[in-house]
Design a protein around this ligand. Structure first.
Ligand SMILES: C[S@@+](CC[C@H](N)C(=O)[O-])C[C@H]1O[C@@H](n2cnc3c(N)ncnc32)[C@H](O)[C@@H]1O
Length: 358
């Protein structure tokens, strides 16, 4: 048990890092909404249907209370010694400002795609056949889809703005269930794969706890893997690969753990099943898969309307089917047991275990 003074120091240090970050992204969110509103008012009459839902939508007070609960949980994990005081590595400042500029510069194009309902600009003669058709879309209406360096540079700002600066805190909620299976084991002899690793923010959180754990990040985007390589330069014992999660380039039963952050809601139902089967194949007996993704319908009934509105404003073609996907049943079909689900603001952590061999 830490003494009161060092506890206070931890809390002050945590607040000093997270509060300005929170304010930065909440501020971006507020400006983005105002700009979108102004663009809608000044533009031609939109042909797009107004987003609608009959389900409950949480008010601002509830949203801020739940964000605060996530930050409190993040701090409690630090105080419990599960992970060190987190560093988000957003800086240095010039880069933070450059990324902010990139984010705002893309808003008019996002608005245009949203209003015209055109989410397939990245599907072209140049990209056709290079990636599966489901992948070649402008997810979130963002320019470049998953295919360009600028998209990769903008992505983290977009996600943090959308989640009001809580994305990394949510990613860190994957760490406690990993700590349980890694406890008492030599990290250098473990293996972990992060599938759909994107720009590497989840791996960064992981490496802050287990710097010598051999970890592999896999993603189908050259641009995002390159961005992850840059971002993760500070860490060793780490590999990054461009590959399709539907056919993981890994031996059977080779991984002690696997993580998948914010990927499953972006996959068509059939691909979701293939990827889960692949994860089950590469996990060792006794291995653990930890999934971080959006809340699903019914997880927090007062959020159901918000979940229904989300894909009506951001291009998320498979989110509707994700909302009702039964991960316990999917896991069972490939030999994994869903052992725990924990909500984390608008996200949740699902823990799926592969039984130890007898
Ligand atoms: C929403 S992003 C999540 C990125 C990251 N895990 C995070 O925490 O932000 C989804 C990522 O999954 C990748 N992806 C989508 N389909 C994939 C597939 N079939 N195989 C590998 N990566 C895929 C995309 O390139 C993108 O980087």
């Amino acid at each position: 048990m830490a003494d009161p003074l060092s506890r206070l120091a931890t809390r002050v240090a945590y607040g000093a890092r997270q509060l300005p970050r929170f304010a930065w992204y909440v501020g971006h969110n507020a400006v983005m909404r105002r700009l979108a509103e102004a663009a809608r008012r000044s533009g031609e009459a939109s042909t797009r249907e107004k987003p609608r839902t009959d389900a409950p939508v949480p008010d601002q007070g509830r949203l801020y209370a739940d964000m605060a609960a996530l930050f409190r949980q993040d701090l409690a994990n630090v105080e419990a010694g599960i992970y060190p005081l987190p560093a988000d590595h957003d800086g240095p400042l010039p880069r933070l400002f450059a990324r902010s500029r990139l984010f705002f510069e893309d808003l008019p194009d996002i608005h245009r795609r949203r209003e015209s309902g055109e989410p397939r600009e990245v599907f072209s003669e140049a990209t056709r056949g290079k990636r599966p058709a489901y992948y070649l879309q402008n997810f979130h209406f963002q320019s470049g889809g998953w295919m360009t360096r600028d998209s990769a540079r903008r992505y983290d700002t977009q996600v943090e703005v959308l989640l009001h600066g809580t994305a990394n805190a949510a990613r860190r909620q994957v760490l406690p269930p990993l700590a349980e299976v890694f406890a008492g084991r030599d990290q250098r002899h473990l293996r972990l794969v992060d599938v759909g690793c994107g720009t590497g923010r989840g791996l960064d959180c992981l490496k802050q706890v287990w710097p010598r754990l051999p970890a592999l990040g896999i993603d189908m985007s050259d641009a995002y893997v390159e961005e992850a390589r840059q971002h993760l330069r500070r860490w060793g014992w780490l590999d990054l690969l461009v590959a399709n999660a539907e056919a993981l380039p890994l031996r059977e039963e080779s991984q002690d753990a696997a993580t998948v952050d914010f990927l499953f809601h972006e996959l068509p139902p059939k691909v979701r099943r293939t990827v889960l089967r692949e994860l089950a194949r590469v996990l060792k007996p006794g291995g653990r898969l930890v999934i971080l993704d959006s809340l699903q319908r019914g997880d927090e009934p007062s959020y159901d309307g918000m979940l229904e509105l989300f894909p009506q404003s951001y291009h998320e073609p498979y989110y509707g089917s994700y909302l009702d996907e039964d991960f316990a049943a999917l896991g069972r079909d490939c030999g994994l047991t869903l052992t725990r689900t924990t909500n984390a603001f608008v996200s949740k952590v699902m823990v799926l275990d592969k039984p130890s061999s007898q």
